[in-house]
Design a protein around this ligand. Sequence first.
Ligand code: ADP
Ligand code: MG
Length: 573
Amino acid sequence: MSVRLLPDYLVNQIAAGEVVENGASVVKETVENALDAGADQIIIDVVDGGRTLINIVDNGAGMSREDLEKSIMRHATSKLPNDDLMNINFMGFRGEALPSIASVSDMTIDTCNGTDSNGWHMDCTTGEIRPSDWQNGTRIRVQNLFAKTPARLKFLRTDRAEMMSVLDAVKRLAMARVDVGFVLNNKWRFPKNQPLMERIVAVMGEDVRGRMRPVSAESGSTGGMKLSGYISDPTLRRASSVDQFLFVNGRPVKDKVLVGALRAAYMDVMHAREFPLCALYLTVPPTAVDVNVSPTKTEVHFLEPNHVRAFIIKSLREVLAQTMVAAPATEQKMSFTGPIVSNTNNNMTRNLHCVCQPNVFRNSSFAPVQNNSLNIKTESVENIFDNMPLGRVIGQIANKYILAATTDSLVVVDQHAAHERITYEKMRTGAIKSQPLLTPIVVHMRAEDVTAVLSIADEMKKSGLAVDAFGDDAIAIFEKPADWDLNWANVLHDIADEVRAYGHSAQLGEKLHLKLANHACHHSVRAGQKLNFEQMDALLRDIERTEHGGECNHGRPVYKFIPLTEMDGWFER
Ligand code: ADP
Ligand code: MG
């Protein structure tokens, strides 16, 4: 057999194997081309999941006859004017998409650039071009995808599944460019110039409204990175990564570094099997990232992935640490006129009296109750609430939930979750006091467990636990967190398991705190424990001061606001 160059159509079909996986990739490539051509309105129609027809119409710059002819030639592109692969400002640049798609389908292009006296129509199978009355922008019509390559056709999934992939591709592009309008099958509409938050709701669903937190961060010295967008409140999550939208320099990516950093940022507040939602836009200098990694370009190579990772984790953790104590926005601001303060003779008065101890109102201008007169002016009551975002305790239900009231909401607090979060954060920030023991506590363990525990003795010290070896098969505890009387044998065995499971990863310290917090709270404030007002108030004030106060270590909510407006609805007011 002699060596020969493969015919063009075969080369293209081979390339198509990489670039054109399914209808969604055709949509992605052609929409990216439309964006590169400056379109701000793109209409996409897809029939049978893309198998039968994909039709993309844009109002971009269009092509001249010569450009149209070249557009389906391999590696023909208008987008690398300086031949500089390190400085790429367009979505596409390989010049592979159109020839690849043309080689595995029946494709036609209509285009008009506004300078030629008429538009042009090309049949991409024959390469034939004729004048047409197409007037504005470009239409790419792709029929019978993979009909010429039956082996590929077999890999298409059901039309429904393919359509979902198309929708996902369009959503990713729609999140990349809120300035551009997209319409898919006349059903999914993303109007142009939508404010980012509106586009997020349109793409992710109504349930995210009011539950996304804005991100805006800049890496001062290290490499001029910027991160902006929104991430979900930890109580909002999905069972898959569908609603994670990540962009690098405006390009939608599914990059390991970014996905890993996102997960790491939520580690404290969300289970590893759940997925936070996000629309995150990372901007880095074009020379700090290589986008020329995969033909579909959803992966990127950062020159300094560790910097990028650290920057993202830090920025997101700062956002997550802000306790979301603001009650959901209510339509009108209610003044505080409830029976609790206005009626001195009902039962609640006693309760109010009970919580009106000086320490409760330490930060407010409100004076403690005197001679039972409750002539409180509305403003001063509102001042109180400024300092008490979770409101004033009004009672406990089922020894499990604390009830509190703000000016315009009822607040329900899960006392167990609250305590768990407080303990964990104290441990994490080193705020736990330790207490030396007169007699060390000795815990017998297997030699390998002893080694495992000793290997993280320094971390344990930070959590208030000072340990050392006691012979080969025991650990002695010399100092423990004050007031904690736990089953220390269980705790140490648990820690040993954790060390073996996670090795000496960066996460170990946090895992350790988490373990200890779990042990600690099973021991102290559980669901089912009756609390007095002072204890409840202390818990609420503590949670207000705690980072991540809004959710427990497992990401369950710690408290919930029931706005007055919602109550009014119950009573048809
Ligand atoms: P690339 O996008 O990598 O340059 P493609 O094969 O996707 O390669 O497209 C080839 C060329 O065809 C582009 O560089 C562009 O000049 C032209 N082109 C493709 N689609 C459009 C469009 N919708 N509007 C205007 N020009 C287009
Ligand atoms: Mg392209």
